[in-house]
Ligand binder design. Structure first.
Ligand code: ATP
Length: 245
């Protein structure tokens, strides 16, 4: 395991995102400044409509902000083309949204193996054998090895969410962006998913931004950032580190 806790996975500085709202504009993200390091999990919390999903969309290159700087592992994302953004999402990001977008007819292991065809994994496509080994390893670490050969339609909500997380980690992303991973789960299952996720964040050395309404999940994170009306409450030491860096 490589542990480089102070290597930034993603740094945002003064990021602003607005949406049209009649003749006016709504500020969904208001000068967000923070860093998530490799091997660190940050929980983003806040009331409904405060801008959490908008922040994730910007972090995962799905929406271009109006202004500000976003650096992913040394790459400035402001001003990149749609094609470059798509390549970054495929090769360097892991994205887990609320509804697992798995294909019902494929088995769990096939969902993971499919990523071999989507990403230029480690800049070159891995062999089928390496892909299968990686998929088996991740399913095992997420405690769903038993589900490997079952189709997604035969899995429980919690198992689907774990398969979804395993798939997002297949290509060893630098940044994992997770929206409400435990919203459909009861509290025992959601604690189990959070524990596994935290373990994987360390083992895979992936920076993780996780939006959650779940107080227990937020409490387990390394840090919590609270959004209110688009404004991120940034811990002072983090803001200073960003300013100095
Ligand atoms: N595509 C859009 N067009 C216009 N306004 C939008 C769009 N997406 C979000 N907004 C507005 O931006 C603000 C932030 O929304 P966002 O979905 O990011 O909040 P949230 O904190 O994720 O909410 P929730 O917890 O309910 O998912 C809200 O006022 C919302 O209405």
């Amino acid at each position: 395991m490589t542990t480089t806790p102070t290597t930034p996975a993603l740094t945002m500085r003064d990021v602003v995102l607005t949406f049209p709202d009649g003749d006016d504009r709504i500020t969904a993200v208001d000068h967000a400044t923070f860093t998530v390091n490799r091997g660190e999990l940050i929980a983003v919390t806040g009331p409904s409509g405060s801008g959490k999903s908008s922040l994730l969309a910007v972090a995962s290159t799905l929406i271009r902000p109006d202004s500000g700087s976003i650096v992913l592992g040394g790459t400035q994302l402001a001003g990149i083309s749609g094609r470059q953004a798509a390549a970054i999402r495929r090769e360097r990001l892991g994205i887990v949204f609320q509804q697992p977008n798995l294909l019902g007819s494929l088995t769990a292991i096939e969902q993971l193996e499919m990523t071999r065809h989507l990403v230029g994994w480690w800049k070159h496509r891995p062999s089928r054998k390496d892909t299968r080994n990686r998929a088996r390893d991740l399913l095992g670490r997420l405690d769903v090895a038993d589900a490997a050969n079952r189709t997604v339609s035969a899995l429980s909500g919690g198992q689907r969410q774990r398969v979804n997380i395993a798939r997002a980690l297949m290509h060893s992303p630098e940044l994992l962006v997770v929206d409400e991973p435990t919203s459909a789960l009861d509290s025992t299952r959601s604690q189990a998913v959070m524990d596994l996720l935290l373990e994987l964040v360390r083992e895979e050395n992936v920076g993780t931004l996780l939006v959650t309404h779940d107080r227990d999940a937020a409490a387990r994170a390394d840090r919590e950032l609270v959004m209110t009306d688009g404004v991120l409450d940034t811990p002072r030491h983090d803001a200073l580190a960003v300013a100095a860096g």
